[in-house]
Design a binder for this molecule. Sequence first.
Ligand code: RUB
Length: 323
Amino acid sequence: MTDTEPAPAVGDTAESIATMEIRGAATIASAAAEALAEQAEAAAEADATATDPAAFRASMRAAARTLRETRPTAVSLPNALRYVLQRMEGDSVDRLRRSVVDASEAFVRQLDRAQEDLGRVGANRLADGDTVMTHCHSTDALACIEAAVEQGKSISAVVKETRPRQQGHITAEQLRDAGVPVTLIVDSAARRYLDEVDHVVVGADSIAADGGVINKIGTSGLAVNARERGVPIMTAAQTIKLHPETLTGHTVEIEMRDEGEVIAPESRDEIGEIAVENPAFDVTPPRYMDAIVTEHGQFPPESIVTLMRELFGEGAAEPWAEP
Ligand SMILES: O=C(COP(=O)(O)O)[C@H](O)[C@H](O)COP(=O)(O)O
């Protein structure tokens, strides 16, 4: 490891995030924070950084940049890196190391607590006997359904499989384990099943200052259909999903993934010369979302900007940039 080369553990985490072995915004955020702690431990031992606080800091910034480049849409990733790097302090490598490890642990604890708190808020929106529809796999959305079950409510679920990577299967398994009867459907069956559904519950990768919800591709179509069928839809999103850069007019980059996730090479060859595109996320305009459920309570999407200003008054710092 040189003074700016990330530790192997950081490379492994970055690779796992890019290949989606580690996925889902909250899980990505905690893995990134933990990777920074591993970087700090490794840098405190490595020849190039063990006795040089400036080199140690440079290695932490480089590790953060490596992690940040993996997936562009989920803002929880840069927010996690920001949280840890902004708390890195000390004039010796040992103090710096300790501050990073402490911040990483505090971040992960806060994440777990926030999910529990928002779960209780989201559960209050669900009634005994409700059927919910889910899209993709969101630990924040599941926290709401699981909390409702813990409150003694009987909940069943219609789970969209979520092409192309079928994260709906993970949701189906976890809901089954929580004692929720599950019906798995293909994405295109969603509108038909909305008539049997009382509430749609989704997660988010980013929430924009205008209340736009960025989540797995297909969320916006589901939201429009839910509105048309008169079914309420909420997004469960901890405040680490709030995107500070959108406060100053920036838009959220939508990740385009490999075409191989959409069509197998043999089928593509058979069809011949066509374009294949694979956007991983889309934006649901605020007018199609009933509520954003956070650990600070629920908000109509249009008012989320007030909470964002409170939390990110100073805008989006970039502590991973070279000074
Ligand atoms: O869109 C996805 C996952 O997409 P991918 O599978 O491409 O990462 C999830 O709904 C959000 O990340 C929220 O998840 P969580 O609530 O767990 O943060």
